[in-house]
Structures are given as C-alpha cells and as structure tokens.
Design a protein around this ligand. Structure first.
Ligand code: DX5
Ligand code: ZN
Length: 219
C-alpha cells in the first residue's frame, strides 16, 4: 500500500501573514504542499511563479508538489526545479493529449532529478494515457475544472481513480494517485475508497483546524 499523503493547496493560504501561515504548515502533519501555477491562458486565473516557490522552499521542508496549469509546461520545468520543486505535474491538454509527448515530458522531468506527474481535466479520458503510466511518479485526477479553489467535487471523476488503481494493481507500475478539487470531510473518504493515496485540499482544509483535519485524513 502506498502511504497516504495530504497536500494542502497554498492557493488557500493566508497571504496577509505568509511567514506565520508557512510555519503552521511546516508544523502540521501534512507531508507535502501543493503549489498551483496558473498562467492566465491555460486556465482563466493567474497565480504564482518560481520566485514565490523559492520563498516557500525556505519555510517548508516537505515535498513541494507543483501543479502546472500552463500552456507551455516544458519551459517551466527548469525554473521550478531551480526554485526548489520536488515534483512537477503538467496537463495532457497542454500537449494536445498526445501520449508520446506526455511520456517524453515525463522523462525529461525525471532526467532533471525530479518526480514527474501528469494530470487530466474532467473532460479528458484517462485511458488515452495508459502508455504513459510507466513514465509517471504521480497521476493527478482533477475533480473540478482547474482554475479556482472552492468548487464542488465532481463525483464522476472517481471512475478515473478506480481505473488508475486497477492499472497499478495489474501492471508493474508505482505511481501515486492524486486527487485535487472539492476535497472536504466527506469527499476525501470517497476518494480514498476509490484508490486515491494523495489528497490535495484547499478551501475546506484552511477553514478551521488544519492540523486536526489533516490528522483525520491520515488515519
Ligand atoms: C484548482 C486547483 C486546486 C485548488 C483546490 O484548479 O488545482 O489545487 O486549490 O481547491 P479546493 O480544495 O478549494 O477545491
Ligand atoms: Zn492543483
């Protein structure tokens, strides 16, 4: 069994006191931080670049999980590696859903000493990317349309989680199955029951007792 991981999404962090927010995350039971990079083109929102990740790297010793929602993912690998990323995930749609291009970019990311992941938007079939699975350290299932925190969980996306879990059980592959979007006290359990082992949570996790919620998710 893959160890369960909770990755708070820093999109929902309190930016009025970044130092305190980071310290709280560093001292929490969460092992990873999820860092959403949006370019205002692949998705209709803008967030953070490598310089911000560099600052976060100084205050967080766990895994920095970078989720690229950008039209040109390849050009961002090196800047985010230099800034301190441990894992970089990009979207298949940014590569015209071409499985060869997806495998190639996963290999490139790994060749830079990073872990590599790919993600699909809710409307993209995951089965298209069966050949990419041996190249991936993580597959990210989006359970909302990427772009914004605070949206409702799309339960139908759990079918992709189940498919990824069965592929992993049947083949010699070891990727993590991450879910992102609309995770709360009810939906995280459904995701885990379906086979997810890496839980991204933003608005729900940051509203209330993050330590307690994280500890519950890890039980
Ligand atoms: C959405 C982002 C998510 C977002 C999740 O495009 O990829 O990581 O922060 O936020 P919640 O948990 O509020 O849906
Ligand atoms: Zn994300």
């Amino acid at each position: 069994m893959t160890e369960r991981v909770v990755a708070p999404s820093v999109l929902s962090m309190d930016y009025s006191d970044t130092g305190a927010a980071l310290q709280m995350l560093e001292n929490s039971p969460a092992q990873w931080l999820h860092f959403d990079v949006m370019d205002g083109h692949f998705v209709p929102n803008l967030t953070f670049g490598p310089d911000i990740l560099k600052g976060i790297r100084k205050g967080f010793s766990g895994i920095l999980d970078v989720h690229l929602m950008t039209s040109d993912p390849a050009c961002w690998v090196e800047p985010f590696r230099k800034a301190g990323a441990d894992l970089i995930t990009f979207h298949t749609e940014a590569l015209d859903n071409d499985p060869s291009a997806v495998s190639e970019l996963l290999d490139t990311i790994r060749s830079q000493g990073l872990q590599a992941g790919f993600s699909v938007k809710p409307g993209t079939p995951i089965e298209l990317f069966a050949s990419c699975l041996p190249h991936a350290d993580l597959v990210l299932v989006m359970s909302v349309e990427p772009g914004f925190g605070g949206q409702s969980f799309m339960e139908g996306q759990l079918e992709k989680v189940r498919w990824l879990a069965s592929q992993r059980a049947e083949n010699d592959v070891t990727y993590r199955i991450e879910i992102d979007g609309g995770i709360n006290g009810t939906t995280w359990k459904k995701a885990v029951e379906s086979g997810a082992d890496t839980l991204v949570a933003g608005s729900w996790l940051f509203s209330g007792d993050l330590d307690q919620k994280t500890a519950e998710m890890l039980q």
